[in-house]
Design a binder for this molecule. Sequence first.
Ligand code: ZN
Length: 313
Amino acid sequence: MTLTSPGIHHVTAIAGDTGPNLAFYTDTLGLRLVKQTINFDDPTTYHLYYGDRVGTPGTAMTFFPIPVTGTGSIGTGQVVTTSFTVPPDSLDWWYRRLTDHDFDPSEPFTRFDERVLAVADPDGLDLELVERQPDDSIDPWTAGIDEAHAIAGFDGVTLDSRSPGETTTVLELLGFTHVDSAADRRRFEATGTHGRFIDLVDEHDHTGRSGPGTVHHVAIRATDEEEQLEWREWLLDAGYHVTPVRDRHYFKSIYFREPGGILFEIATDGPGFDLDESVDTLGESLQVPPWLDHQRSEILRQLPPLEFPTEVS
Ligand code: ZN
């Protein structure tokens, strides 16, 4: 049996206040807020999902906003950079846009023959935009940014492992193949059409600390629940501690932390974000999963109101 994941399903990070987070990901980056819900493991915290028009697997950047804690620290044992695909020849436009919105992007640079721009989000989370022909399966959200520039899902993520050899074994087990190397960077590629790159670097000299501005976990895709169970058996057989299947309502999930410190999830492609609201109104109101619905009014009372940006430019 050989299992291979097509690539990244979603990336979940920790944010501070919701206001700057919402403004940056919807207004500045032009992603669609496809779901406002709660952290199912901690209903006092929001879980915000930003993606393409429908939240296609491989497009959703998600956040747990935790305004009460200090910032985290990006370091080893984490996903240190999250990269999005943007259309060819769009990075100069993006440089101007990010600068106009008072962010501090790098000048576009070349890596593995691709043009890349780096920028930190309002909490200091390291992001990149990478020029690549968008895949047809992505349905970019073009309410604020036209399709010639709009983000088209994830390009990939960069890991800084505490144990690069063991993390390499995990990546190969997940179906990622080593395809390229540069100074202190090894690139692995999955078989899918988008969100298929994972780079391994040795850039940080301290262990990362979880908190706002850091990635919590990266999820890779399983086609369906049956395949997810095969993944689970396979990883258990390989000696990893994998959680039972957890119902995330919009997908099913299993989790394991690999020896290099990175928390991986394997999430099913379905059922998707239109499970409890129509595609036209995705993200417009708070959704609570059925098993927490009896606590809905109590949950709402504990959540601070979301601070939406007042104007879209
Ligand atoms: Zn997740």
